[in-house]
Design a protein around this ligand. Structure first.
Ligand code: CP
Length: 336
């Protein structure tokens, strides 16, 4: 492994240049190839990663833990209730101490207005790389796996590829903005023509949209925002239907000062858009060879019908989920 990235934090793909990300992808493809051939890749022998989860996870937790094992190291699977941070220990003290005991820190903290700040505070004080396992703004590992999957199906020259990221109805919980925001920032850097569709009450953060426009200018892609799901599906080569909460409609300050009221408003607004689903009728508006992607877990029957997500000619969600492993191993092996 190259030592070039040793110690580099991974809080957002935006802090990695395209040239650096290209090395990350090359490494992920190599690790995937070796995984399939059952060749050992013990690049992190005897190294320790501390993972702190404030929320549930299936793909992220297991891609990191399995990844560390396969790289020859070990991951501690920690939750906030197991640690003194539940009694108020600071991000600074937690980071300093864990970075003295191991070789990397990773955390998921999706609380709106809190998560990214928490991770940044750890990164400021850790002497070892800090990795985001998803926060309120970004989900960088998901972005890497998404793009790796796109490369596998459409090739590495993604200039002009039409990708639609659409809000969709879900009734499980208020999902963070971080997956669509990461895609909005990352995809246009690779020349992708991105359409983002959402009801007006469920925007992405304006700051992210402004930065996505800038990324599109330098990357040769484009970003279009529409408020109509049908319009967003027309001609799309990739459809990503995914719920996100209405956090983007509020400033962090307003949200944190009026959290109960904001949550009530989001719930009322949500119920207006039950027809925002990826179904057979809508998918027919897309390109004939359209592929469905989703970070998972999917709200089947709400975000997308079983008929579409289980259609092997359309759905590539399991490849996308598997690529969480290879991209996680790439970042860990390069930075730790
Ligand atoms: N896509 C994703 O992050 O899945 P988990 O929440 O299961 O980790």
């Amino acid at each position: 492994m190259t030592g070039k990235f040793k110690g580099k934090h991974f809080l957002t793909c935006d802090n990695w240049t395209k040239e650096e990300l290209d090395i990350v992808f090359d490494t992920a493809f190599d690790l995937k190839d070796k995984f399939k051939k059952e060749e050992p890749t013990r690049y992190l022998r005897d190294k320790t990663l501390f993972m702190i989860f404030f929320e549930q996870s299936t793909r992220t937790r297991n891609s990191m833990e399995a990844g560390m094992t396969q790289l020859g190291g070990h991951a501690h699977d920690l939750t906030s209730d197991k640690m003194q941070l539940s009694h108020g220990e600071s991000a600074k003290d937690t980071a300093i101490i864990l970075s003295r005991m191991g070789h990397g820190i990773a955390s998921r903290n999706c609380f709106y207005g809190i998560g990214y700040k928490y991770l940044s505070e750890m990164a400021a004080h850790s002497t070892k790389p800090v990795m985001s396992l998803q926060d309120d703004i970004y989900h960088p590992f998901q972005g890497l796996a998404d793009l790796m999957t796109i490369f596998e199906y459409f090739g590495k020259d993604t200039k002009g590829l039409k990708v639609t990221v659409s809000w969709a109805y879900a009734d499980t919980h208020s999902k963070p903005l971080s997956v669509p925001q990461t895609q909005a920032l990352l995809f246009p850097r690779y020349g992708i023509d991105l359409t983002i569709a959402n009801p007006k009450e469920f925007p992405l953060s304006q700051d992210i949209l402004d930065r996505a426009e800038k990324n599109a200018k330098t990357g040769g892609g484009s970003v279009k925002i529409v408020n109509d799901m049908d319009e967003a599906f027309e001609g799309a080569q990739i459809i990503i239907p995914k719920n996100w909460g209405g956090f983007g409609a509020y400033s962090v300050e307003d949200y944190l000062n009026n959290e109960d009221q904001c949550k009530k408003e989001m719930k009322v607004n949500l119920e207006k858009y039950k027809n925002w689903i990826c179904d057979d009728k809508r998918i027919r508006l897309a390109d004939k060879k359209v592929k469905l992607m989703h970070a998972l877990p999917a709200d089947r029957g709400h975000e997308v019908t079983d008929e579409i997500i289980d259609n092997p000619d359309i759905s590539i969600v399991y490849d996308e989920a598997e690529n969480r492993l290879h991209t996680a191993k790439s970042i860990m092996s390069l930075t730790m």
